[in-house]
Design a protein around this ligand. Sequence first.
Ligand code: RIB
Length: 334
Amino acid sequence: MSSIKEVARLAGVSVGTVSNVLNRPEMVAPQTRLRVQAAIATLGYVRNGSARQLRAGRSRTIGVVALDLANPFFIDVLRGVETAAQPLDVNVMVFNSNKDAAREAGLLETFEEQRPLGVLITPVNDSDEEERLSRLVSRGIPVVRFDSSAPHSHGCAVAVDDVLGGRLAGRHLRERGHRRIAFAGGPFTVRQVRERHHGLAGVLGPADALTVIPLPDLTVATGRTAGAEIAGLPSAERPTALFCANDLVAIGALQEMTQRGLRVPADVAILGYDDIDFAAAAAVPLSSIRQPREQLGHTAALMLLEEANRPAGHEHRQVVFQPDLVERASTAAP
Ligand code: RIB
């Protein structure tokens, strides 16, 4: 890789003149500017962005650690991060912890060296990473948690009220006449799963029957296992409605139950969570509890950049959005 010194030598100018041609070309005489540009082309010089950023003292980049990039929920959140960062000429570096605490720890250590403007993260476990995130903050790298409330944190956080989401699900299924309801989700160490289940359980009556189908993960594959379990029950014991902790589980359950001859919603209604685009596109369009995904990402990014640009004037806050119910064919009344 050619250096700026080699360009200056070939063009017969100082390094400062080359730097001006790159950053303030209007300040350089046309003939000189052309000579420098010819030397850049001849040597194939490419300026080192990270070196430029380091000289300026700070990167123009924010780091984002998503929990599971295989889940379209996080892609939609990232779209919101981009709509906030792009107009401010801030780059977004995206990483996937893939729900692995060790991978998350490695990423946080990398951020200590890379020194981004700030970090957006959905923690793998709301409690374990507190010390590592606090270390980033102590080094002047602000952190905003998204899709995480983490009330004990000293930083900002943006989340959606998952207990309310569970309540909306329970109320909708009861209004449709369902009294034997199943909840499929897990692991229950994940705050979102616990709170969605808690919201559902809180609106069921004493005569209602709630069956929990614990899952090791929230994926289409685990959704299929939930669908198989329900399809294997005698019709007299089978729940008439299934609330899934997210849409990927609901899509898997829908696939498996229809393949095993059950009709949705006639035999079993299905309700998902997130309202990702695939919910509406499913073979039986899925009702879902919609999370404001892009708004979540947009708000978290703006909070982070506000703190990074004006740390002294910044006040930490926790923003909690409300989900809403989107009704489709998978829970339609008979
Ligand atoms: O990450 C698992 C789930 O939690 C996602 O589907 C989304 O609902 C998030 O809140």
